[in-house]
Design a binder for this molecule. Structure first.
Ligand SMILES: [Zn+2]
Length: 86
């Protein structure tokens, strides 16, 4: 099992899985450890969550699909738009 510190790229890669509760306990621990030491990824997670809630709100209209996982491409495009504004 890989206990090397997580990189920012890996962190970004796993944010979606983290919010869906799809990480293993080991991945979760690495994720939290990285979060504790990396302010940039803390900000990334915050904006990711904000984007997710926008997508969720947009999808609330078609509510039977609530069980479906989020369209990650859509989340990312929302985040990109936010970042540019800054
Ligand atoms: Zn990071």
């Amino acid at each position: 099992m890989n206990h090397a510190p997580m990189t920012c790229a890996e962190f970004v890669d796993q944010v979606g899985a983290h919010l869906e509760g799809d990480l293993t306990p080991t991945q979760m621990a690495l994720f939290d450890a990285h979060l504790a030491v990396c302010p940039r990824c803390r900000r990334y997670l915050a904006s990711y969550k904000a984007a997710v809630s926008l997508v969720r709100a947009a999808m609330a209209d078609s509510e039977e699909r609530g069980a479906q996982s989020l369209p990650e491409a859509l989340v990312k495009s929302i985040m990109r738009r936010h970042r540019r504004r800054k």
